[in-house]
Design a protein around this ligand. Structure first.
Ligand code: ZN
Length: 243
């Protein structure tokens, strides 16, 4: 019977490991996603800078078209000058020419401003590109590391499950069923030691006769309060059985 208890303790140790492997494995995709979002942020900054530059180029082309339209307008007005007959007509044409000049000057100012901002935007692009490349290669390295870790943990989990199956085969099914129920209900604590006649799972007193029986260790006992399996601490077989 002591052997049964030793096996139940091993079963619990293995199940705690299995739970840890599952948790570790389950956390990896989220860790990769979090790292990816850092890289995506740098990509967004680069894309924004490129888009701002493209936008600036479109605006520049539009200003060039406007400037050309004003130049055409000016040429057309000037062809009218030789045919002018009255002072009034002459003044009107001069006013029109002045208005065109003012518009052209306004367009030129905007072009100048735009060229300056385009130049400074263009200078910043390599910085954004470098930041993105750096983040991208760091992410790829991290992702590869995490994928390798996942593969390793998956293998460990598989091994631990196989060990569990082997162990379960050697145990009485009624103990395994009872153990499984308690393990689930008591969040991974199904086999606990006795200390000063107190169950170390629920911290309630155990009947003196049962304490004696547990110490003798010929049978398997469960705490009458919390149903956990009880063992006498000296008999804790942490290394008693090979894995
Ligand atoms: Zn108890």
């Amino acid at each position: 019977m002591k052997k049964e208890l030793e096996k139940l303790i091993l079963l619990q140790k293995g199940d705690i490991e299995i739970a840890e492997f599952e948790r570790a494995l389950g956390g990896i995709p989220g860790q990769i996603d979090a790292a990816r979002s850092g890289m995506e942020e740098k990509k967004r900054q680069l894309d924004q800078a490129l888009a701002a530059m493209e936008d600036g180029k479109v605006r520049r082309r539009k200003l060039e078209q406007e400037a050309q339209a004003e130049a055409d307008h000016m040429a057309k007005v000037k062809t009218k000058l030789p045919a002018v007959k009255t002072n009034k007509e002459y003044s009107a044409l001069l006013a029109e020419i002045d208005a065109i000049k003012e518009k052209v000057s306004g367009i030129e100012d905007q072009e100048l401003e735009l060229m300056e901002s385009l130049e400074s935007e263009e200078r910043e692009i390599p910085t954004f590109q470098a930041a993105f490349k750096e983040e991208e290669s760091a992410f790829k390295e991290y992702e590869a590391k995490k994928n390798a870790e996942a593969e390793r943990v998956r293998q460990q989990l598989e091994d631990a499950r196989a060990r569990r199956e082997g162990l379960v085969e050697t145990l009485d099914a009624k103990w395994v069923n009872s153990y499984d129920k308690v393990f689930r209900a008591r969040e991974g604590q199904a086999v606990v030691p006795l200390k000063d006649n107190i169950c170390q799972g629920c911290f309630q007193h155990i009947l003196p006769q049962m304490v004696i029986d547990i110490k003798i260790g010929e049978k398997v006992f469960q705490c009458q309060h919390c149903s956990r399996f009880l063992y006498w601490p000296e008999e804790s077989p942490e290394t008693a059985l090979p894995k």
